[in-house]
Design a protein around this ligand. Structure first.
Ligand code: HEM
Length: 406
């Protein structure tokens, strides 16, 4: 069958469960963008947007809603979040609750705390690089560096006891199953066990900190107050759970994708080494070609006429970040990884009311880690006879394992 006669991709084919989508998302998304840019995916019941122009406008549109309670029965959003409404806290709240919680969190979770953490991020990254130094032969970068860096940073930010830190990684991976619409019974059990255990653990930590003056994030959230308004223990527990889900694997994926892209494109690595100031642009290019979060979900607050479709109130609007990033109208020659690209357009941190709260924290970790690793291990290369493959993680994008030699 020629490209033109192939049926358009839909449903599972537009998710990381599909091997073609997983490794080359620009192929199915490009075909869909050309033929049906607002695609009514009847298998998963969502309107799937692939053009940069609509994705940009809709992700920034503060009028759209996210609360799953406002989604129609049977929609993608309802199926995904129906049973655990509000469990993801901020990400699923609309105003006024969203603005109220976000304002309280912003106070405790601002640039100052990220700046204060930066020297520690350098130290943690250096210690993890020492672990790589000590390894003989091939090693999995994700396990040795990509994953422990953000989980350790997050645990320090939260002020969690060092002895409990390895549980954090397990719990945060378990909680991420919240975003898997195709979870197996086993994954559901893992999700339920992780969310409950984590919630119990955090509730105790919050209560312990009430009234203290420490600077860790849990203490700051426990005393955050604006015009007499405070966060309840449940608010804080849900928020921290969200930070773990939203902040750990995304940062792991960003750093891992950075390593993969530079090793696949040695000319770009040479450019970075020749001009280290290119790092900021390089980070945006990494986020463009490999967005750690592949989608943003919204619900139509009323009937909307979008391009050639009528999207009814309560229907799911699925914004494909991959689709937008690889739209040649937005980023010319989109498949090229080019760290000198001008005017990179990406929505890897979303936009509008739900713009990522941890964008600065995620980026600073990659900014510290990538140049340090390439500097310290100049012969870093893919391990022979190991394939570099994306992980199967609906809604997310990254590499589960990255086998390297140094
Ligand atoms: C490279 C790393 C990261 C990426 C790519 C990323 C991506 C995103 C995206 C796309 C959204 C918006 C989702 C939507 O609009 O539906 C978001 C929201 C959010 N992110 Fe991140 N994130 C990253 C790191 C972090 C970190 C490190 C934290 C926290 C420590 C964090 C906390 C949050 C929170 C709390 C929200 C919800 C904000 C709201 O609903 O008001 N993220 N992130």
């Amino acid at each position: 069958m020629s490209e033109d006669t192939l049926p358009l991709p839909t449903g599972y084919q537009l998710s990381a469960l599909d091997p073609v989508y997983r490794e080359t998302p620009w192929e199915p998304l490009g075909r869909l963008r050309d033929a049906d840019p607002v695609h009514h995916d009847q298998q998963l019941n969502r309107y799937f947007f692939t053009r940069g122009s609509e994705v940009e406008a809709l992700v920034k549109n503060r009028h759209l809603v996210v609360d799953p309670a406002k989604a129609n029965d049977g929609t993608f959003t309802k199926t995904l979040y129906g049973q655990n409404s509000k469990e993801l806290s901020l990400l699923m709240l609309d105003d006024p609750d969203h603005a109220r919680q976000r304002n309280l969190v912003l106070k405790a979770f601002n640039k100052r705390s990220v700046d204060a953490l930066t020297p520690r991020i350098h130290e943690i990254a250096k210690d993890l690089a020492d672990d790589i130094e000590a390894v003989e032969g091939e090693f999995d970068f994700v396990q040795l560096f990509g994953s422990p860096l953000p989980t350790t940073v997050m645990a320090e930010l939260l002020g969690v006891n060092a002895a409990d830190r390895k549980d954090f990684r397990r719990w945060s991976l378990g909680c991420m199953q919240a975003l898997n619409p195709f979870r197996t019974l086993e994954q559901t059990a893992l999700y339920e066990e992780s969310t409950t255990t984590l919630a119990d653990y955090l509730a105790v930590e919050v209560e312990k900190r009430r009234g203290n003056t420490d600077e860790d994030l849990i203490s700051r959230l426990a005393r955050a107050e604006e015009e007499g308004d405070t966060l309840t223990t449940t608010d804080i527990v849900l928020l921290i759970r969200l930070l773990l889900i939203a902040g750990n694997s995304t940062t792991t994926d960003m750093i891992g994708s950075g390593i993969v892209q530079f090793l696949k494109n040695p000319d770009q690595l040479a450019k970075l080494k020749a001009d280290p100031l290119l790092i900021d642009n390089a980070l945006d290019e990494i986020l463009r070609v490999e967005p750690p979060v592949a989608q943003a979900l919204r619900t139509a607050p009323e009937e909307m006429h979008l391009v050639d479709k009528v999207v009814k109130k309560g229907e799911t609007i699925h914004l494909s970040l991959f689709g937008a990033h690889y739209d040649p109208a937005l980023n010319p020659d989109p498949q090229k990884f080019d760290i000198t690209r001008q005017d990179i357009k990406h929505f890897a941190f979303g936009g509008g009311a739900h713009y990522c709260l941890g964008a600065g924290l995620g980026k600073v970790q990659a900014k510290i880690a990538l140049p340090m690793l390439f500097d310290r291990f100049p012969n870093l290369a893919f391990a022979p006879e190991r394939e570099v493959k994306h992980k199967i993680a609906p809604a997310f994008n990254g590499y589960g394992e990255i086998w390297l030699v140094k």
